[in-house]
Design a protein around this ligand. Structure first.
Ligand SMILES: [Zn+2]
Length: 170
C-alpha cells in the first residue's frame, strides 16, 4: 500500500493532464488549437507566437493537422484568454511544497497513530487539520509547526524514557 504522501503526490500530479484536457480548443489565427503539453525548458526555446527568447516554460499547442507551436507563459494566457500560466505555477508550487513536507507529514501521521503520548481531542483535531493542509500541497502555519514540534519532542522523550526503563530491567 502506498503512503498518504505518495497518494497526495499522485493526486496533484494527475491534475496536470486533467487540466490540459480541460483547457479545450481555442482559436489562434483562425485555426483551432489545443494545449497538449507543458514543460520547463532544459534547452534554448523561443516563443513561436511573439518570438521572445529564451522561454523557461514551454506550453505546446497543436492544431487539427498536428502542427505544434511552442508558446511562452505570457502568450499562452493571451491566446487562450485563460490564466493558464498561473494555474501551472500554482500546481508546481503545491507539488514542491508537498515534497518539502514529506517528513512533517510522516511525523504528523505517526503522532496520530501512536498511544505512547496522550494527545487531547483538540490536539488531534489540530494535527489532522495540519495533515490535511500539507497533503493538499499547502504550507502549514507557524502555529501548526510549533504544535507538531511540541508533540514530536514529547513523543521522543517518552520513547527515550521507555528505553531507559527497559534497560534497567536487564
Ligand atoms: Zn510569446
Amino acid at each position: 500500500m502506498s503512503s498518504s504522501f505518495e497518494k497526495a503526490l499522485k493526486t496533484l500530479e494527475n491534475k496536470i493532464p486533467e487540466y490540459i484536457k480541460k483547457v479545450g480548443r481555442f482559436q489562434y489565427k483562425n485555426q483551432a488549437f489545443r494545449l497538449v503539453d507543458h514543460y520547463i525548458a532544459s534547452e534554448y526555446k523561443r516563443c513561436d507566437i511573439c518570438g521572445h527568447r529564451p522561454i523557461k516554460e514551454v506550453f505546446v499547442i497543436q492544431d487539427s493537422r498536428g502542427n505544434t507551436l511552442n508558446v511562452g507563459n505570457i502568450c499562452i494566457n493571451k491566446i487562450t484568454n485563460q490564466k493558464i500560466a498561473q494555474w501551472f505555477k500554482d500546481i508546481h508550487n503545491r507539488i514542491e511544497t508537498l515534497k518539502n513536507n514529506e517528513y512533517a507529514i510522516g511525523t504528523c501521521e505517526l503522532l496520530l497513530n501512536q498511544k505512547l503520548v496522550f494527545i487531547s481531542a483538540i490536539g488531534r483535531k489540530r494535527l489532522r487539520t495540519m495533515l490535511k493542509r500539507m497533503l493538499d500541497g499547502r504550507k502549514p502555519t507557524q502555529k501548526q509547526v510549533k504544535l507538531l514540534i511540541y508533540y514530536a519532542h514529547k513523543y521522543n522523550d517518552a520513547l527515550r524514557a521507555r528505553r531507559t526503563t527497559h534497560g534497567n530491567h536487564i
